[in-house]
Design a protein around this ligand. Structure first.
Ligand SMILES: Nc1ncnc2c1ncn2[C@@H]1O[C@H](COP(=O)(O)OP(=O)(O)OP(=O)(O)O)[C@@H](O)[C@H]1O
Ligand SMILES: [Mg+2]
Length: 260
């Protein structure tokens, strides 16, 4: 079931103010965005503009002060791991669990019997490029591998919606490009609805069906770019070069404002 207008996710006039000991911070102001099923929608915007706050709201971890968020037509009232899985910037793996046991975690919470969850997690490790690493602990894995385990943990519960908050932010550029290619492949095969946060123009343009540019804090949606080019995309095509320039000029303006 989807909300009116066919959107799987509807963010309607959402605002958020944090009250801190040094005064209030308006993180988001009047943000509206709808995302259709199967989309890869990227949020890009200056540091502190409320991207993580918005993902937190979609994941049911942060509540809005104004406006509402709907998933499949119903309001978000709290975490719903069967429907929404999140990958955080820091992989957040349990150090005492092996790669396989980390991937199994969500299934364990769902009460899936041990044998079944082990099989499901095991099947995921191959496509994640971690086939030979099931029994390794996080400290024995590289940064890119840890992120893949974190993504595996999110994929294992088979939620329709995947929220990804700068999942490759901590990786070197080369690994990051490869991880982007890998994620694209996973997304195209699983047809999940992805909301992805990044600071990378390359990632935004390479991966997304839509890019929402946010303003400096308080974050609002400044513009939305529709990307209709076929995958995999050539980043050197004239069309892509022009889009990159356009995206950068919007980002630059907001990043400068954020620094004032
Ligand atoms: N729990 C909190 N308590 C108080 N202020 C907060 C809290 N979480 C976020 N903020 C503030 O709200 C604003 C938005 O933060 P948020 O983390 O959503 O931004 P962001 O766009 O994800 O930034 P970045 O790109 O650096 O990750 C920031 O000014 C931040 O300091
Ligand atoms: Mg953030």
């Amino acid at each position: 079931m989807t909300a009116a207008g066919g959107a799987l996710i509807a963010i309607e006039s959402v605002a958020k103010r944090y009250v801190t000991s040094s005064g209030p911070v308006d993180a988001l102001d009047n943000v509206s965005l709808s995302v259709a099923e199967g989309e890869f929608c990227t949020l890009i915007g200056p540091s502190g503009c409320g991207k993580s706050t918005l993902l937190g709201m979609l994941g049911g971890l942060v509540s809005p002060d104004r406006g509402r968020l709907l998933v499949a037509g119903g309001p978000v009232t709290g975490p719903d791991p069967r429907r929404v899985a999140t990958v955080f910037q820091d992989a957040g793996l349990f150090p005492w669990r092996t790669a396989l046991e980390n991937v199994e975690f969500g299934l364990e919470l769902q009460g899936v019997p041990a044998e079944r969850r082990r099989r499901r997690a095991g099947e995921l490790l191959g496509p994640l490029g971690l086939g030979g690493f099931a029994e390794r602990y996080p400290r024995e894995l590289s940064g890119g591998m840890k992120q893949r385990v974190a993504i595996g943990r999110a994929l294992a519960i088979d939620a329709k919606i995947l929220l990804m908050d700068e999942p490759f932010g901590a990786l070197d550029e080369q690994t990051r490009v490869l991880m982007g290619e890998w994620l694209l492949d996973i997304w195209r095969r699983t047809r999940k609805t992805v909301i992805f946060v990044t600071h990378s123009l390359h990632e935004a343009l390479f991966l997304s069906t839509r890019v929402a540019v946010m303003t400096a804090r308080p974050g609002r949606i400044k513009s939305v770019l529709e990307l209709t080019m076929e995958y995999p995309r050539s980043m050197e095509s004239p069309e892509m070069v022009a889009l990159r320039a356009k995206l950068w000029s919007e980002m630059r303006e907001e990043s400068l404002r954020a620094m004032q």
